[in-house]
Design a protein around this ligand. Structure first.
Ligand SMILES: Nc1ncnc2c1ncn2[C@@H]1O[C@H](COP(=O)(O)OP(=O)(O)O)[C@@H](O)[C@H]1O
Ligand SMILES: [Mg+2]
Length: 413
């Protein structure tokens, strides 16, 4: 006693979300001050950040920032870059790789690493870019190409989607020539991939990674938002489950993405990654329901681990280490195992597990109590009221209370 607490600040950079920030704040308050095994006391607080002019030399108060805004609002994105480079602030996520490595680059990197990325072709813009030099460049260098030949090689049906993806914008499933030309005409100034469709897949697995933890969930994209995540635990064989996990962790470690979701399609025993650069993964209580308590506690534990242990951000990608494995004559399974070791090192999985066990031993109890509390129910009620039309409030409340009730039963002591 008598020792001064070390103070840490977690900053939340938010857009329009209220549910998870409130949950995060409430759970942190319940956790209270933290004492590490060496006896040191840590006082961690959270603050919602505001948007304002900043001096490039100005100090940054948060040790760690969870960013949910910078992918569409660029002033704070540039603030994050300054914070990373000048102040060494820890970021979930680093905007550098997310800005430069969109879906297309992620496909390329994962191809190189030996993953089963579906056949994919990038075609030039349908509409000329708005640049006075274009007419000259096009006349001299733009080679005519036959869209039908490309499509026939990939086979119908196929997917046409923007190279940088996100939120199903501009995605179409193309079944024939007419649809192909319509989709391409409509693409306008978007740069498009044509991609082989993984038809008749058995499972769409969506994995949400928060630092060293990953949850693989059974996702049903054809259903409305509130029903997309099925509560199911053994929907993959042990072997495929391990492969999906290894792929998600590999992608996240490779790009240094610490809060990200990955989508893979599983057909038979084959796992095809299709979408895995989601800088701002969906963690709404009205989407994740049953998995929401896990997501918030993982986000809090990882933030506490990073701030309290002083984990340093790593902007360097060390791609050579991964490519060395990729270029070796190991089999696919051996490569995944070798990548897994790199992922564990990057995420300090062992140290994180040890930290949770020794410094946050009551976390599961705190989460259990919180999910059972009136505050948690009030959060759900407020979110449902803000999300759905009034006539639907009762129905959706019953739906989510049912799913969270299941969580309470499954997580009872
Ligand atoms: N190659 C593919 N095979 C089968 N389905 C696909 C394929 N690519 C995309 N889809 C379907 O289209 C949806 C949106 O594509 P996706 O690449 O995830 O775009 P976004 O980045 O906009 O989420 C996917 O969730 C999936 O249902
Ligand atoms: Mg997607």
């Amino acid at each position: 006693m008598g020792q001064l607490d070390t103070k840490h600040l977690i900053g939340l950079l938010l857009g329009a979300e209220e549910d998870w920030p409130r949950a995060f704040e409430e759970l942190l308050a319940r956790v209270g001050p933290i004492r590490t095994t060496d006896g040191a006391a840590h006082d961690v607080s959270v603050q919602r950040l505001t948007i304002e002019p900043f001096d490039l030399r100005q100090d940054v108060r948060p040790d760690l920032v969870i960013d949910r805004l910078a992918y569409w609002y660029y002033h704070p994105r540039e603030w994050l870059k300054k914070a990373a480079l000048v102040n060494g602030t820890y970021l979930l996520n680093s905007p550098f790789t997310f800005q430069s490595m969109e879906k297309h680059s992620a496909y390329c990197a994962m191809l190189r690493l030996g993953l089963k990325v579906p056949q994919t072709v990038l075609v030039p813009y349908k509409h000329p870019v708005d640049n006075s030099r274009w007419a000259y460049t096009a006349a001299k260098y733009n080679r005519a190409f036959d869209l039908d030949t490309i499509a026939e090689k990939l086979g119908y049906p196929l997917f046409m989607k923007p190279f940088d993806g996100g939120g199903w914008r501009g995605v179409s499933r193309v079944r024939n020539r007419d649809e192909l030309h319509r989709a391409y005409d409509d693409s306008g100034e978007m740069l498009m991939h044509l991609q082989e469709s993984i038809e008749g897949y058995d499972v769409f697995a969506r994995s949400l990674t928060v630092g060293a933890e990953t949850m693989v969930m059974n996702f049903r994209p054809e259903l409305p938002m509130h029903d997309r995540y099925a509560v199911s635990h053994d929907f993959l064989t042990a072997e495929t489950g391990a492969e999906v996990l290894a792929i998600s962790r590999l992608i996240n470690a490779f790009f240094r993405w610490e809060f990200n979701s990955c989508e893979v399609l599983v057909r038979g025993t084959e796992v095809y990654p299709i979408d895995y650069a989601n800088a701002c993964p969906d963690i709404a209580i009205t989407s994740l329901h049953y998995y929401f308590p896990w997501a918030i506690s993982a986000l809090l534990k990882w933030s506490l681990f990073c701030t309290v242990t002083g984990r340093r951000p790593r902007l360097d990608l060390e791609t050579a280490k991964y490519f060395e494995i990729a270029d070796s004559d190991r089999t696919y399974a051996e490569k995944l195992t070798a990548y897994a070791a790199l992922s564990e090192t990057y995420f300090q999985t062992e140290r994180y597990t040890e930290f949770c066990a020794s410094v946050l031993p009551d976390m599961d109890d705190i989460v259990r109590e919180w999910v059972r509390s009136p505050e948690f129910d009030a959060l759900l009620v407020d979110t449902v009221r803000a999300t759905y039309p009034q006539a639907e409030h009762e129905r959706f409340l019953a739906h989510f209370r049912g799913l969270l009730g299941l969580w309470k039963t499954d997580n009872a002591i």
